[in-house]
Ligand binder design. Structure first.
Ligand SMILES: C=CC1=C(C)c2cc3[nH]c(cc4nc(cc5[nH]c(cc1n2)c(C)c5CCC(=O)O)C(CCC(=O)O)=C4C)c(C)c3C=C
Ligand SMILES: [Fe+2]
Ligand SMILES: [Fe+2]
Length: 330
């Protein structure tokens, strides 16, 4: 029986909310061809000449607003997810079912702990089979595939490559859909209903969809499935895309524009959920919960509430466990 291990992956975050640390993180992130694919020399000129000179200071200020005692929310939440998942694996005697201890490690595509750190930790524990779970419910080449690239890069220098089982996406997994629907229901039990429910996803350039990246389609499908489970009608909800970066066209509608339109049309209350994020981070805690809230209220809306990501909720850990158990070999 092969010893098996799990690698929980996410995007990554700076080590500190300082200009220097954010510059290092953005430098690594924005050099990835999966994220920005324009001609290298043109992009390096723009990146080093403009973006890395101006953006880090601005973004570090935003990180300082969401930073916690435990560090960046994205990393702190991923660490909690790991701990709870490991406890579940131990408590349910999954180890015994699969013969040997099943360790769970975390890794980030950019920053720390890196994909190489995570794979090295599993190697040190003797894993001959690795289940990679990118915590991106919807597949995108900018996210899921960039983790795949880093895994391949790590093994280029290794003599032994373990068997790898890779979770491509889980955008329509029944337990994921149910967990999202439950999170809306529970939020509404506590805070009451809003006029509109907005499903705001991190966007990608329109070019991605045109070239066959299934991300947008999967976001739309997740929304349709959650809406069906909640029994909402067309007027009750909408889908939108946030976090645009750069000058090209991104998939539409844009979250900030839709919120402005709604507020101007007289929509008074909105609740926003962001299903592409498995952990709250800068894009939800600052952009969605603060910036977009201001946009809605400044344009005439009166109530705006953000529904937190699934984070380390019991149902989310259960979903991860199901995704892993489907892939563990006896
Ligand atoms: C959830 C899926 C994500 C997709 C798809 C995605 C695509 C994508 N992102 C950028 C550029 C930036 N994203 C940034 C932050 C960020 N992005 C995601 C997730 C997805 N990105 C997360 C979880 C985070 C938050 C990280 C944190 O530390 O909290 C940033 C950094 C912040 C900033 O400078 O604004 C950039 C830049 C592109 C270009 C892209 C698709 C091509
Ligand atoms: Fe460069
Ligand atoms: Fe992003």
């Amino acid at each position: 029986m092969k010893k098996q291990g799990v690698l929980l992956c996410n995007l990554g975050t700076p080590d500190e909310p300082t200009t220097q640390s954010v510059r290092r993180y953005l430098g690594e992130f924005l050099h990835d061809k999966r994220v920005v694919s324009i001609s290298r020399w043109i992009w390096c000129l723009i990146l080093h000449g403009i973006i890395l000179r101006t953006r880090p200071q601005k973004v570090a200020k935003l990180y300082r607003q969401i930073w916690t005692k435990e560090g960046s929310p994205l990393l702190a939440i991923t660490q909690k997810q790991r701990k709870k998942l490991q406890n579940e694996i131990n408590d349910r005697f999954i180890d015994q079912r699969y013969g040997k201890h099943v360790p769970v490690e975390i890794a980030m595509a950019y920053g720390n702990p890196s994909i190489a750190d995570g794979l090295q930790a599993l190697k040190n524990q003797g894993c001959e089979r690795v289940i990679v779970l990118p915590l991106y419910p919807q597949y995108s080449s900018a996210t899921t595939a960039s983790i795949f690239d880093r895994i391949a890069k790590y093994y280029k220098n290794e003599f032994f490559v373990p068997e790898i089982s890779y979770v491509g996406d889980y955008h329509s997994h029944p337990h994921y859909i149910h967990s999202l629907a439950q999170s809306v229901r529970k939020f509404r039990e506590r805070h009451g209903e809003s006029e509109k429910l907005l499903f705001s996803y991190h966007g990608v350039p329109q070019r991605f969809s045109d070239n066959g990246d299934p991300y947008e389609k999967q976001c739309r499908n997740t929304t349709a499935l959650v809406v069906k489970e909640l029994g909402l009608s067309e007027d009750d909800y909408a889908i939108s895309f946030q976090s645009r970066f750069g000058k090209e066209e991104w998939v539409k509608p844009y979250t900030d524009e839709l919120l402005t339109e709604w507020a101007k049309e007289g929509v008074e209350s909105v609740q926003v959920i962001s299903p592409a994020f498995s952990a709250d981070c800068l894009e939800t805690l600052e952009e969605l919960a603060v910036e977009n809230r201001d946009t809605f209220l400044e344009n005439g809306g009166s109530e705006y509430q953000y529904i937190p990501a699934l984070n380390d909720d019991k149902a989310h850990i259960e979903l991860m466990l199901q995704l892993i158990e489907q892939r563990l070999l006896n």
